[in-house]
Design a protein around this ligand. Sequence first.
Ligand code: ATP
Ligand code: MG
Length: 597
Amino acid sequence: MSNPVSLPTEKISENPANSPTSNFLRHIIDEDIAQGTYASRTWAGHPGDAQTQAGAAPDPAKIRTRFPPEPNGYLHIGHAKSICLNFGLAQDYEGVCHMRFDDTNPEKEEQEFVDGILDSVKWLGFGWEKYGTSHYYHASSYFDFMYKAAEYLINAGYAYVDQQSADQMRANRGTLKEPGKNSPFRDQSIEENLRLFRQMRAGKYADGAMVLRAKIDMTHPNINLRDPALYRIKHAHHHTTGNSWCIYPMYAYAHPIEDALENITHSICTLEFEDQRPWYDWLLERLIEGGLLLKPPPRQYEFARLNLTYIITSKRKLKQLVDEKIVDGWDDPRMPTLVGLRRRGYTPEAIRLMCERSGASKHNSWIDYSSLEGALREDLEVKAARAMAVLRPIKLIITNFEGEPIQCTAPVHPHQPERGQRSFLFSKELWIDADDFQESPEKGYHRLYVGNRVRLKYGFVIECTGFRKDPSGSISEIHAQYMPDSQSGTPGSSNYKVKGVITWLSTLDAVAAEVRLYDRLFGQPQPEAAGQDFLAALNPHSKKIVKAYVEPTLTNAHPEDKFQFERFGYFVADRKDHAPGRLVFNQSVGLKDSWGK
Ligand code: ATP
Ligand code: MG
């Protein structure tokens, strides 16, 4: 397949299996455990502030990590990386990983996404039950504490209500080169700040009228410490707290607090948050100082996000593909979402393998999509039952065959005899793939053409004797003679030397099936590359539906059963549409990497 290939701007690692998978986070955790950094923590059995945790039993978890998605879309392969890291490290170090919804933003959050996310994390093989409790949390259940902490910061002189407009605030923030300017409201009295903040909370002001800001340093070289916003006014309904709040905490304020209340030890996030770390530490130090939280605080560590070529992982853009019906929903088998990959036939094991191999690094890089496909092939080569399928059927008549059909057999798996045999018929009329015949054979073509012999896999050797065309000029049937003494598995089978082997089915027992052939959704390694509209990179040939035939054993296939269609690759019975009377298979991945070749 030929595709326009644009040169990647960052390094693409062809084979992450061979690159050092040193996971620097493990070194940090090893060190923390050796030094007993978190040994003094106590845990009341649930998240809570200093008062709740003080005097409770020692925390049974050696470490606590968390996976904190915002419920505003379905999870994608990038999230899988974060899930595998956080849940994986917790497993390896006798810890717990909390499943936490970062639902502090009242807009764009839906129950459908909450359910979809939980489902995908479980499907990947992870859970949040430990020590007899479910570590399943919502950031929104900490709103009371966050509010209390904000009042504390005001009272301690660390926060003020700013009535500048958003534009003024932006203008006064300064730039990387220029310091910011103090707000005229910065030196308001503590009483005035408290009064205004309480009125904000009481709903006295319109959205955007004012914000609560931390009071740090408007000239700080790190812009994140130039009096960051803590609370904004938003008269909006929230999916768990309803209409109780009309002010909502900013993400940067909420996240460190969520971690601290949950006793998180290692708060792992992507590199873009590196500059937020000093703020994260500043906030938690203030709240510890004020006696609202206990020591030691959680620490933030940043790793490079997973960038895979040929896909996009921005939730907003994935949503656009769904909304504009460019794909058939979030679980379209071409989508990089976990629901999409699942429907495509990906296994949790394959996804975990790829995530594990890609390691955790401090440097952004691109990983070639073929590493994900390779991981799936590795997993399915062992697991998938073999089956015959004819994807572009054309009739083959065995002109010298008369009488009863002959039973042929083949192993369910060539290297696992214990999985038994499958059987299917050989008869006068067969289906073969249209690609397995050439009227004028090109050089090096060893399959069927007039005068050539091939083996029908698990069947007989045949010699092509002719073909027929329909009035439109296309080939309608092919004729051949078979060698009755050449059946596979019998002594006579070695009487004939052939160069080509083709797959086939008998018209007597072949079963009709819809097969959905998929290719990559984008034709370029970096569809979102700078300045380009990602829609321009769409591969127009990413989906093709064919009316195929499959061997009779597949009538018993259940949704999500995976097969290797011999010679064609791996296929999965569709999760949604496959049913006893209507067989539907999705192409998962080819037998070898042929992209771009
Ligand atoms: P998006 O930009 O797609 O909306 P997000 O980071 O805003 O992604 P969240 O729901 O906030 O999505 O992410 C939950 C967790 O998953 C975060 O801890 C985030 O760091 C992590 N994550 C998201 N994308 C990736 C990625 N490509 N690689 C590794 N981790 C990721
Ligand atoms: Mg986000």
